[in-house]
Design a protein around this ligand. Structure first.
Ligand SMILES: [Zn+2]
Length: 647
């Protein structure tokens, strides 16, 4: 194997670079988030989250695992997959260093890379929990050992590093590991798969970076081997591993949500690179089904705590929502791949919903705490977690600084550090803008013409998005803007003050632009009631309130309001709270809040919670204030609910 140093990707780096598809994704240098909702969170990742992750991983010995020589590996600390957390942190650092290069960060990546290289066996194998003296043999526990899963995250870290800073030692480590995987599990190797998918999209992306066909072939081979029940029987069933049926024969995502979604990401990558439209179609069908029947209002996925899994169709209990942060992030990564392949803006709707209602919810204001699971209904007030305490359980409760399984933090960091690469794309002579934020876009059309856009907005607090042309070079070209499904037919667009016709899921403005031309998009941000499919029994006869892409919730810090007693009048439309609030109240709550007309119903304590007649006590009218769901749990212990029973 030879590894040649490559210049950094001229786009500034992108997580996914398909060789074909409807859209060419733009990189970190082509789209820069300059402030606003996501700018604040990107800053948080760079200034707090990455260092926080490093401190914990050092403290718990996860980075130290790479230091031990073979004789001392028996006292390795942490679960089998902690290597992956260190790799994910390095991936996040690499994107962050691409976004905002700093010598300190660059040095840190180099030092960690040296650790990995030192722990790698001569044949390329690299995992700190297997294969050493006193440890279990390599690949002796494919179902739970996470060896190939960890290798996958190593590969993705190297992809990020290579695309943001050019090829270096990390790519060499990754290629040695990938070659080892191909040598061990190639066409003549055992017909087995890893219990946790991840190696599949990682090998496909490494193939895109290096041009090595064998990596793509190996990803395709792992996909073909999945679904043949090669993993041992388990109480969760083969569906937990997506190993119950061949990927092309399935009709929905099932089993462990993150596993299923990572596998689907790899399937899209392989389908796109090999021109396998049947495989692509299978994943599209499975995703459609999952969105229609197995997804929470927040875009969260997974309603089973025991196995972190999808429930059956319409099993979406609010108070038992698992909705792991990682599943949300994987859904974004999958939707982005499908968007690039098909060009359909509705995948960007999914990305938007999950970003604002899962990812933004998970991340604490300090960048040093996060939700693992994202419930839609907190019945008992959350506890306070000391900042030095590791959480062993991860099914609910408050944002915590660290979990025994801390997959979500690194995932959030790598997504947000690279977030601008999910915002826009080019197709022919059109720039497609999918997410609205304060951002600068500078790129080239397919014919090489340089173009630039400057986007300013208070989105999602306000529905106004101002897009100014900053660079153009003669001749006609187009700007395509996504019209979110939630906006209905309420969007308006003007170009230099002149109204444009608007319909469907996007508006395309085409002309020989001049610098300074201005497109203004207005999306209707009035709060609205949302009703669930009646087959979602757990929230039948309830309503939720949304405003733009934001899901709202009722929160009761310290249980000041008994949310069990709330019933909402669906005949009175929800209203912006600001309209009725005092300036001081609005000052205190800069993010949009909404009020709904409600009653507090008297409840009685009975010995048996069932009766011949429907219960119903005295009702006290009230105006209930709702806050963005992503803001909940930030004012101390609280109860919360998104779905509100109707009067
Ligand atoms: Zn996670």
């Amino acid at each position: 194997m030879t590894v040649t140093a490559r210049p950094a990707d001229l786009t500034g780096g992108r997580p996914v670079v398909p060789s074909r598809g409807a859209l060419r994704p733009l990189g970190l240098a082509e789209v820069r988030i300059t402030g606003g909702f996501w700018g604040r969170r990107q800053h948080l990742i760079g200034s707090a989250t990455l260092d926080h992750g490093r401190v914990w991983m050092d403290k718990l010995g996860w980075t130290g695992s790479f230091l031990r020589d073979g004789n001392a590996n028996a006292d390795r600390r942490g679960r089998e997959f902690t290597d992956s957390e260190v790799y994910k942190l390095v991936e996040a650092m690499s994107w962050e260093n691409g976004r905002l290069p700093t010598p300190g960060r660059d040095r840190e990546i180099t030092e960690l890379t040296a650790l990995f290289a030192g722990a790698q066996a001569a044949d390329g194998y690299l995992h700190t929990a297997f294969g050493g003296p006193g440890q279990r043999p390599r690949y002796s526990d494919l179902a739970w050992g996470h060896e190939l899963y960890c290798t996958g995250h190593l590969l993705q870290a190297a992809v990020a590093r290579t695309r943001t800073s050019g090829g270096d030692d990390l790519l060499a480590v990754a290629q040695r590991a990938a070659d080892h995987v191909c040598d061990t599990f190639g066409p003549d190797g055992p017909a087995v798969v890893c219990g946790h998918p991840e190696i599949e999209p990682a090998l496909a992306e490494l193939a895109r970076v290096t041009g090595e066909q064998r990596y793509l072939d190996q990803a395709a081979l792992f996909l073909r081997r999945r679904g043949n029940r090669s993993l041992p029987p388990h109480q969760f069933g083969w569906s937990y591993f997506s190993d119950d049926q061949p990927i092309r024969q399935a009709h929905t995502f099932r089993g462990h949500a993150v596993r299923a979604l990572y596998l689907a990401m790899g399937a899209v990558d392989v389908a796109v690179e090999t021109g396998d439209d049947e495989l692509l179609g299978a994943i599209i069908e499975q995703f459609d089904h999952t969105l229609a029947r197995r997804t929470y209002l927040t875009g969260g996925m997974g309603s089973r705590h025991e196995d972190e899994a999808f429930g059956e169709d319409f099993v979406l209990p609010a108070d038992r929502a698992y909705s792991e942060t990682c599943a949300g992030i994987a859904a974004i990564m999958l939707a982005w791949r499908l968007l690039l392949a098909t060009g359909r803006p509705r995948y960007a709707d999914v990305i938007e919903r999950v970003l604002y209602n899962v990812v933004a919810t998970s991340l604490g204001d300090d960048g040093r705490s996060f939700f693992y699971a994202n419930t839609l209904h907190q019945r008992t007030p959350t506890a306070v977690v000391p900042e030095d305490q590791e959480q062993l359980g991860f099914g609910g409760g408050p944002r915590a600084p660290w979990f025994e399984v801390s997959c979500c933090l690194g995932n959030t960091a790598r997504l947000l550090a690279s977030l601008s690469a999910y915002f826009a794309a080019v197709a022919g002579d059109e720039v497609h803008v999918f997410q609205y934020a304060d951002a600068e876009v500078r790129t080239r059309l397919a014919d090489g013409r340089p173009v630039g856009l400057s986007m300013t907005t208070a989105y999602p607090d306000s529905g106004g998005v101002r897009i100014r042309v900053t660079e153009t070079s003669g001749g006609e070209w187009g700007v395509a803007l996504r019209l979110p499904d939630w906006a209905g037919d309420g969007a308006t667009v003007t170009v230099n003050g002149q109204p444009q016709p608007v319909s469907g899921d996007r508006v395309v403005v085409r002309r020989a632009f001049r610098a300074g031309d201005e497109i203004v998009l207005w999306l209707p941000m009035h709060p609205r009631f949302t009703h669930p499919d009646p087959r979602i029994d757990a929230v039948r006869d309830c309503v939720a309130v949304e405003r733009g892409p934001i899901v709202l919730c009722a929160e009761s810090p310290d249980g000041a309001i008994d949310l069990d007693r709330v019933r909402v009048d669906p005949e009175v439309p929800p209203a912006d709270y600001a309209a009725s609030a005092t300036p001081a109240e609005n000052e205190k709550n800069p993010e949009s809040t909404v009020s709904v007309s409600a009653v507090l119903e008297q409840t009685a304590s009975t010995a048996w919670p069932y009766a011949d007649a429907a219960a119903g006590g005295a009702r006290t009218p009230t105006s209930l204030r709702l806050i963005p769901y992503h803001r909940w749990g930030r004012q101390g212990p609280a109860t919360m609910r998104i779905w509100l029973p109707k009067t």
